[in-house]
Design a protein. Sequence first.
Length: 392
Amino acid sequence: MTAPDATVEYLGADYFGDPYSVHERLRAERPVAAVIMPGGTPSWLVTGYAEARAALTDPRLRKMPPGWRPDPASIFGLLEMHMLNSDRPDHERLRKLVNKAFTARRVEQLRPRITSITAGLLDDMSTRREVDLLASFAFPLPVTVICELLGVPVADRDDFRAWSATIVSNTASPGAYQADATAMIRYFISLLAAKRRDPADDLLSARDEEDKLSENELVSMAFLLLVAGHETTVNLIGNGMLALLLNPGELARLRADPSLLASAVEELLRYVNPVNNATYRFAAEPLEIGGARIGTGEVVLVALSGANRDPSRYPDPDLLDLSRDSAGHLAFGHGSHYCLGAPLARLEAEIAFGGLLERFGSMTLAVPPDALRWRPSTLIHGLEALPVRLAP
Ligand code: HEM
């Protein structure tokens, strides 16, 4: 890194649970700061709102490191060939194939099915006084939806959960990463081969007329969609419910006025940031953002949760206010890689929060807040478990 060593900050494991105070401190000093992430990657961390938006649309910041191409012969190459790791023109080609399936209009057609999956999970929970809201609800809901859309057997979800958790973790050993990534890729290779032999009415069976995606790219796409479907909405529901439980005034407001639901989901996205940092971007040439001089090939991480709590954009940013205008939040990213699944995530969250509040007149934390554990990931901001007590 070109920053003098004295200004490089080492982020420790406490960053996983509370990225906010680190971002607040860094932003006040310099909105683009040289850091060593937990796990050891030297990065430029962008915590200011204006700088984050600029970085996410800066054509000099690219998803592929300069001079590097994924090697399709290696498992890791296969993990890297999806749209979220691609730049123009590959990015457009890869995104186009699935874009249509995720528009707000298409996703709205899933409302009855999402409502029925939600009702089934709520029924199961109603028989118990205390549950882990993540395992019983926040995880199975989006995972069942994405599995059904893709045509992946829901019965295999515990395997995916374990593989996916290793892949996004900053603390998994290289051996564990290799083993779980390999298992997931092998699974998709055989699933896609089966769908080619015997196509069904699902996304992984779909091919565009010109078959613009190679088999490798399809495997990579399936991997991306399944991980995105596993690691994100679960944390919007989990972190969001925790935020409401810790802010009983706002929870009561939402119970009293369900018409607040759509704006509540937006404010929760801004406030709880299921994706803490956007994925890696690499400088294709020397550039300057927010006063930082970034060298070719250096890593830039946009702290979405930092931008979403920048007081120059959102006054009193650490306050959860369900009726605030949270428009412009960066929870789904910004620019060409803006989340493909945003309409689906919004719909799932609206149905999930609405269902939980309607079914359970009382929900309280079953452990003290400081006993909650956060997952060891700089990408994802999510709990290990959320034990709650329920009453009708
Ligand atoms: C609350 C839930 C979600 C959040 C907060 C979220 C957040 C994000 C963010 C921040 C990005 C951009 C990352 C970057 O620029 O580095 C992204 C991209 C993406 N998301 Fe989501 N996501 C959510 C749900 C989903 C779901 C349910 C899907 C499933 C279809 C999905 C699929 C994708 C895909 C495919 C991309 C890559 C888009 C591209 O590269 O053009 N996301 N998401």
